[in-house]
Design a protein. Sequence first.
Length: 199
Amino acid sequence: MNPYELLYMSRTGDTYAVRALFNLYKPILIHEVKNAIEVCPCLNIYWDDLMQEGMLALYKAAEAYREDRGSSFATFLTIVIKNTMITYTRTVKRKQQGRVNHMYSLDSMISENNPAIELLEQKNRLTDPEYVLRMNQARDQLMEQISKLNPREQQVLLNWMNGNSYTQSAREMGITTKQFDGRKQRVRKKIRRSILEKA
């Protein structure tokens, strides 16, 4: 059965044809996933996700392909998978950068002289799966401690993380700037002490 017969059958919902298409074009998918990882090594820990995204791209390509456009299905599929890998890479990088910024803002809240998580100086380490795991564990531990704060303390933390000025934060909370600073210092010490006790 040729690829175009499989394409037609897959569009009718034939599961055999869908599996056959996947097996036929799996080498293209694997090749493009490897290329994506080579360009962006931080994707190495997302192999399964990339393969799944590639499979979805194959289904979409099978539905969208038009023979009268002049290109082969293999060429069309390669383009679709490449675009899918590019989109996924951008999403991962955006999430990682968000984690870096989020963790740095939290770290600056609880650290004294030497930041506990010097992420901004070590962005390249986000390509190291072991480092990413440790970073995620540190984030989870930090979020656990934050969840134990009372509502007023969480409001202090939120104002600080959002970069609000002392005047704006104090006004929102109905307190003086001196009171806000005192509460911020207490929240910082409380979180820092809890984390150091668990270390």
